[in-house]
Design a protein around this ligand. Structure first.
Ligand SMILES: [Zn+2]
Length: 702
């Protein structure tokens, strides 16, 4: 999975590990499940799944029962005379099973999944019938258990070859793992058959259904690359996927093992729980990463896309035995994504990102909250950033040639199997002949981040040396560091140095500071301009025209900062700034438009009709047909305005049941706070008849 700069994900995924380990110890030594073929129908009205399963397994010991995990099934019916029993969220297959003999079982099942498979927009009110991305079904296996909709094995240690046959309305695309081996249409129903050739853990099974356009490219090695996009976002195809083929070719060469699956798909889905998920050969990602050209420099799909692709090796062909070794997935995926970015965006970007994560890890260490890397309960900072750092340090220690050999040998020795940190270290020893205990102690088991070694690596970059010298002056008065700051703004301005200078000038309006601000504006470096737009909360009058020009910048983050600060600083010109930006929308979360509405509502001079229109528009963005990030923003602004329409209060209640835990939490906290406020209690009581039952209960509990 992936966390990004603008979608922070915490890793709650592994909290159930203790129980997994226990049950695994019993079943994985007893039986090897070989194949699962599922024929699935989806009832979108009742949000139910109906399936038929054919399963093939080989007991490793004589036994009279084995099980498949199957969370909260409603019916389980054996086919023919199969002895099948459903008990304790498991489907027990019974018989007189002999070791090393193949057995097959068939049964039907039905369930209404509460998680792992999600129906979107099939019953929601306020739907936008013109939005092609409105109605979707998608799955998330990791952390949620695929067995909520598809009886399988929750334990990662039994890898299975899956075939999924899905019947669905012909107007939609059905997408899953593996090769599409059949597609047949009868009347209004199409049957899609997707087949894997190699085994994988059940958490990597994926299903996505929606209305998509598909574009196909081919990697240099001939792997079909299928990218999906909504028809109303086709103009953003290039800016979303433009580097994908290049990254694919780069990673295949860099990792040195051919891409292990037959095809690779990337499918955007709405309101996804994470940034992306590396289902085998079928990555699902948040449609927030469909970006236009103006968004690209601020937010793009490159890192997430490279990260999920790297998992196709690290995580999908080799898989951790348990969460202690989770860094072998996330550390490698984060590291290789960073290498891909280095290839595209250069060394400065690479070292700056390493520096940023070292800062975070070091800070955590300073607070005595550091974690060892080999742990079942790491945060995403641990598994992803610390994990990537351990790999950077290892490569720095053993050299490029040995490192590449280690990666290749690790992947080929353990392909389609499960691995531990020990397996990895053994390969390092085999390849290099070097004792790994010092490395393991320092980077894998130490709760203190090895900041000194990290610093040595970061300062291999000349730019980072200059950056750190500059950052070292943060607390010094301007008079002594003027020349250093001025030099950092010499053409061509490095964005990291330039931004650091602007940050150090904040709140300083001396003659020297104004000279440097002037130089910063004149650099015309987009990131430096963005820093100016956002950090000049007090704008010296002489800079008003220069700041007003930033309302025409390409970057939506720059425009947002400039608009807010200008509006706040120059009372008489408020209307001019609003006129200049009245047609701008911004990122997918409409950052400029929503800010504009709030500022307009607080600017004298608009008619009552206009003001009502603005208020209604802002409220409309809280509706469930919008992405939860836009809804969050709209709720935040309404909170600031202390003004909610009935509709937005109802939408807040719907938000309190959203599968994204953070959005859900924000909505429920806000709703409860409003309910406690006398001004809203009666209104909420009146509206609560329309609230979901869970939310009604929430209001009456503390
Ligand atoms: Zn990941």
């Amino acid at each position: 999975m992936y966390m990004s700069q603008f979608i922070k994900i915490t890793s709650l995924i592994f909290s159930f590990c203790a129980s997994i380990i226990y049950s695994r110890a019993q079943q994985k030594d007893l039986v090897d499940f070989k194949t699962i073929e599922a024929h699935i129908q989806l009832d979108t009205i009742n949000q139910k799944v109906f399936g038929k399963i054919d399963v093939l397994f080989t007991p490793l010991k004589n036994t009279n029962q084995v099980y498949l995990d199957a969370q909260k099934m409603e019916t389980v019916t054996p086919i023919k005379d199969a002895k099948v029993e459903y008990k304790d969220n498991k489907i027990w297959l019974k018989g007189d099973f002999k070791a090393n003999t193949a057995y097959s079982f068939s049964f039907n099942y039905s369930t209404t999944p509460k998680k792992a498979l999600y129906f979107w927009g099939w019953d929601a009110k306020n739907i936008d019938p013109n939005s092609p991305n409105h109605k979707q079904i998608w799955t998330q296996g990791q952390g949620k258990y695929t067995s909520n909709w598809l009886p399988s094995i929750d334990d990662m240690n039994d890898k299975i070859i899956f075939t999924l046959k899905i019947d669905f309305n012909t107007d939609y695309q059905v997408i899953s793992n593996g090769s599409l081996i059949h597609k047949t249409t009868t009347n209004t129903t199409t049957t899609w058959v997707y087949q894997m050739q190699q085994p994988m853990s059940s958490y990597l099974v994926a299903l996505a259904i929606g209305k998509y356009l598909k574009k196909e490219e081919k990697s240099a090695s001939g792997v079909p690359l299928e990218n999906y996009i909504y028809s109303d976002r086709i103009t953003d195809y290039e800016s979303t996927f433009n580097y994908h083929k290049k990254v694919f070719d780069f990673l295949e060469t860099e990792i040195g093992i051919p891409y292990p699956w037959k095809i690779y798909r990337q499918v955007p889905v709405r309101d996804f729980l994470y940034a992306g998920m590396e289902n085998t050969a079928c990555t699902l990602f948040s449609d927030d990463f469909i970006v236009d050209t103006n968004t690209f420099d601020d937010q793009n799909f490159v890192n997430v896309s490279a990260h999920e692709l790297a998992h196709q090796w690290f995580g999908n062909i080799i898989t951790e035995t348990d969460s202690n070794h989770h860094w072998l997935h996330e550390g490698f995926a984060t590291y290789f994504a960073l290498l891909a970015e280095k290839e595209l965006f250069g060394e400065d970007h690479f070292y700056y990102k390493l520096y940023e994560s070292a800062e975070q890890l070091n800070h955590q260490s300073d607070l005595q909250k550091g974690k060892a890397l080999v742990t079942p309960k790491g945060s995403s900072l641990t598994y992803y950033q610390h994990g990537a750092w351990a790999i950077v340090a290892l490569r720095n220690n053993i050299g490029d040639a040995h490192f590449k050999k280690v990666v290749q040998q690790f992947l080929t020795t353990h392909q389609y199997k499960n691995v531990t940190t020990y397996d990895f270290l053994s390969i390092v020893f085999e390849v290099t002949g070097k004792d790994t205990s010092e490395f393991a102690k320092k980077w894998l088991h130490n709760t203190t981040f090895p900041a000194g070694e990290a610093l040595k690596i970061i300062t291999q970059s000349e730019v980072m040396k200059r950056y750190l010298q500059l950052a070292g002056e943060r607390t010094q008065p301007l008079i002594g560091k003027y020349q250093l700051l001025s030099d950092a703004l010499d053409f061509p301005v490095n964005p990291y140095l330039g931004q650091e200078v602007v940050a150090q000038l904040q709140g300083d309006f001396s003659k020297e500071a104004l000279l440097l601000l002037e130089k910063a504006f004149e650099s015309n470096q987009p990131q430096v301009l963005q820093a100016l737009a956002n950090s000049l909360t007090t704008i010296p009058k002489a800079f008003e025209p220069k700041m007003a020009l930033l309302l025409k910048a390409d970057s939506y983050a720059t425009v947002e900062g400039a608009l807010y600060n200008l509006w706040n600083n120059f009372e008489a010109k408020k209307m001019n700034y609003l006129q200049a930006t009245k047609n701008l929308i911004g990122f997918n979360d409409k950052n400029i438009r929503t800010l504009w509405l709030v500022l307009a509502l607080n600017t004298p001079g608009f008619s009552t009709t206009d003001r009502t229109r603005f208020f209604n528009e802002l409220n409309s963005y809280t509706a469930p047909n919008h992405h939860y990030r836009l809804r969050s923003k709209a709720f935040e602004y309404l909170k600031l305005l202390q003004s909610y329409s009935d509709q937005s209060l109802q939408n807040l209640a719907l938000g309190a049941t959203h599968p994204n835990w953070r959005f859900k939490k924000n909505c429920s906290t806000t709703l409860k706070a409003l309910y406690a406020n006398e001004k809203y209690t009666q209104r909420i009581n009146r509206l609560s008849a329309t609230f979901p039952n869970k939310v009604k209960q929430l209001l009456t509990t503390d």
